[in-house]
Design a protein around this ligand. Structure first.
Ligand SMILES: Nc1nc2c(c(=O)[nH]1)N[C@H]1C(S)=C(S)[C@@H](COP(=O)(O)OP(=O)(O)OC[C@H]3O[C@@H](n4cnc5c(N)ncnc54)[C@H](O)[C@@H]3O)O[C@H]1N2
Ligand code: MOO
Length: 403
């Protein structure tokens, strides 16, 4: 059986970044830029006022100086006349500085008497002016390939006149639950039946990752039903199945995948939970056969599928972010497989603590309840003492501290 390190290496070597597409900037939220973006114009396009006040030539002026107000410049309406020494114009924030002016005096620092003003304090020549090109120059590279686009980047693109961008697309993911015992949420389960919760778990995770999800429902443990649904899933970028990958009599997923052009890259990894995880390809489709146990399905999604989806979507950092924390409670060792323990994070006086969850069973969704991080515990470890500094894999942002 291969180790997690070897298995994730094979996943990341196998999956490829998807071909870029052109997207409007509104629809590019959360996507990764595939080509550099240059500014279409200079910003600000001209020197402009940072304050509501009066624009004038600043040299030689001091507290008590008097000026004649000869015009008004609102934002968006440049003044055509030149302003002479001893004159000022009333100007609004963002309005272009008229010819002849180089200084702005805020309204609060001038006494107004009809069309004359008197300065309350000596202005510094050049004050309160936002110079042309201060933000960026026409043609300047604003964003490089590999940059994820969030609100700040999208606003910057709009300012620079860029309406569409080349980005890596959202991976299209087909999701198939397998098992005769499964029923969909809605009706009460009959004897021996359970609700297909894995589809809900994985759909939520896939939405967090910005993927398009094609739910294929439940395939029965039957070659034909499995075959039809697997064939439909193999038209997308990724097919995720859950259940039926262990060695039971009805664990048919690998066989039926094989009848549909699947080449396995690994089956079974030395981890707990998640040992029977299957990975391979069928044409251009990456296929993940996740174990049916809910917490094994969840951990293998975090450990293998999410990094693969991030790679396809062009992210440079694909692996789960790590955080150094203090372990609050001792954990046992003595396992042959590398374990990944669910837990929560707690902040106390600037340090983070990891509290392992009381439930770790791979058969329970309750093991995941509230989990914010996974603690890797090496195979054959003697255990880890309380108070040890450890590194956890973050599933969510750690809780913040209010100001
Ligand atoms: N003899 C052995 N038995 C098992 C081994 C083994 O090595 N030898 N491995 C165990 C491990 S570890 C895991 S993990 C499970 C994984 O088995 P499968 O992937 O084949 O999953 P199933 O048998 O189909 O289901 C396991 C469990 O999960 C429940 N399940 C399945 N699908 C869903 C779903 N969509 N929503 C909610 N729950 C689901 C299912 O009812 C079973 O209880 O195998 C062990 N066995
Ligand atoms: O690895 Mo299984 O995931 O223990 O239940």
């Amino acid at each position: 059986m291969i180790t997690y390190d070897e298995a994730i290496k094979r996943v990341l070597e196998t999956v490829k970044v998807l071909p870029p597409v052109e997207e409007t900037i509104e629809n590019a939220l959360g996507r990764v830029l595939a080509a550099p973006v240059c500014a279409r114009w200079t910003m600000p396009p001209a020197d402009n006022s940072a304050m509501d006040g009066f624009a004038m030539k600043g040299r030689g002026l001091k507290a008590g100086s008097e000026l004649q107000v000869v015009g008004f410049v609102p934002a968006g309406r440049p003044l055509t006349q030149e302003v002479s020494d001893g004159e000022a114009v009333r100007i609004m924030t963002g309005a272009p500085i008229p010819a002849g002016c180089d200084t702005v005096v805020p309204m609060e620092e001038a006494e107004v008497d009809g069309d004359r003003i008197q300065l309350c304090r000596t202005p510094r020549p050049g004050q309160h002016i936002r110079p042309k090109g201060e933000e960026f120059e026409e043609g300047e590279t604003l964003l490089s390939p590999g940059t994820p686009l969030y609100a700040g980047e999208i606003a910057l693109l709009a300012t620079a006149g860029v309406a569409t961008v080349q980005v890596y697309p959202r991976p299209r993911v087909a999701l198939l639950a397998t098992g005769d015992e499964l029923v969909e949420l809605g009706a009460p389960p009959g004897p021996g039946q359970i609700i297909n919760s894995n589809t809900y778990l994985l759909t939520a995770r896939l939405r967090e990752e910005g993927c398009h999800v094609l739910p294929l429902g439940i395939a029965r443990d039957d070659q034909h039903d499995l075959g039809d649904k697997i064939a439909a899933g193999l038209r997308l970028d990724v097919l995720i199945t859950t259940g039926g990958v262990s060695i039971g009599d009805r664990d048919l997923v690998q066989d039926v995948l094989g009848q549909n052009g699947f080449s396995p890259i690994f089956w079974r990894v030395k981890i707990k939970p998640g040992k029977p995880v299957l990975f391979g390809t069928a044409g251009d489709t990456a296929v993940f056969g996740l174990p049916g146990n809910p917490a094994a399905s969840a951990s293998t999604f975090e450990l293998f599928v999410r990094p693969a989806l991030r790679r396809m979507a062009g992210f440079i950092d694909t692996l789960p972010p790590r955080l150094k924390v203090t372990l609050s409670t001792a954990v046992d060792g003595g396992e042959k497989r590398q374990r990944f323990l669910w837990g929560t994070l707690r902040e106390d006086q600037g340090s983070y603590y990891f509290d392992p969850s009381s439930r770790q069973s791979s058969g329970q969704n309750r093991s995941l309840q509230g989990a914010q991080a996974l603690l890797p515990v090496p195979a054959d470890s003697p255990g880890i003492a309380a108070g040890t500094s450890v590194e956890v894999l973050l599933l969510r942002q750690p809780p913040g501290q209010s100001l």
